[in-house]
Design a binder for this molecule. Structure first.
Ligand code: NAP
Length: 215
């Protein structure tokens, strides 16, 4: 499957591209700046230039799956959170529907479906944006999987996770490497279609954790 990675230049996104290259699937890296293309061209990965604030329809040509792992990041204001994390995600979902691309992995955030009274005030706009995009995706006919990772770290991945609609741990973190591995491996897990999962570091090997997801 050719998989469009939206946010490919990001910390999770680049790992997803690398792992897809070593899998039975094939990445198409979507980046927003010309200078970001070289890195992917050197790896002989297909790369497309598209900005979520503009038209992105051309990026979906020949694509069979989508991973949305873009985000406005912590250094920008609420306006960019709205533009990228909510409207950009919705734009990507609409394009997937228009191009009949059924498989869609959304990287959301742990806590985005909590009662808003549980959100820290400074994070509320971020969770609101993530939650709105997730709700929009859930109303489509796509074979989506929403992954809600805890706080992302750059620790070495340990290839073990806790994944569940409601994890036993009610918060925590996870290395980006393990999020990327989970994304690539869950692409083919039928039981995860039309489901949302919280994702944290844990004790279960990723393959085993995904194999135990119930239809
Ligand atoms: P990241 O390194 O900031 O990557 C985000 C990517 O999105 C960047 O490559 C960025 O491009 C791209 N992007 C931003 N605006 C764009 C636009 N207009 N058009 C196209 N691409 C655009 O983030 P990460 O650490 O990999 O996180 C991945 C995802 O996990 C995000 O959705 C984030 O919200 C979510 N998440 C994060 C945490 C956490 O603890 N940080 C926790 C749970 C979930 P540039 O490279 O050009 O800037």
């Amino acid at each position: 499957m050719k998989v469009l990675v939206i946010g490919a230049n990001g910390q999770v996104g680049e790992k997803v591209v690398d792992k897809l290259r070593r899998s039975q699937h094939e990445p198409k890296a979507m980046v927003r700046k010309k200078g970001q293309m070289t890195k992917f061209e050197r790896k002989e990965a297909e790369v497309v230039l598209a900005d979520l604030e503009e038209d992105i329809s051309h990026a979906f040509k020949d694509v069979e799956g989508v991973v949305f792992t873009a985000g406005s990041g912590g250094d920008t204001g609420k306006d960019k959170t709205e533009l990228i994390d909510r409207m950009g995600a919705i734009k990507a979902i609409d394009e997937a529907v228009n191009h009949k691309v059924k498989r869609f992995i959304m990287v959301s955030a742990f806590g985005s479906d909590f009662d808003p009274s549980e959100w820290k005030e400074e994070m509320a706009h971020y969770y609101q944006a993530k939650a709105a995009a997730d709700r929009y995706l859930m109303k489509t006919d796509l074979d989506y999987t929403i992954l809600k990772p805890g706080r992302l770290t750059n620790d070495i991945g340990n290839d073990s996770i806790e994944i569940a609609e409601r994890t036993k741990q009610r918060g925590g973190s996870i290395p980006r490497m393990d999020v990327a591995t989970t994304i690539v491996k869950i692409l083919d897990v039928h039981a995860s279609f039309k489901k949302s999962y919280e994702l944290l570091e844990g004790d279960t090997p990723i393959e085993q954790a995904l194999a135990s997801l119930e239809e």
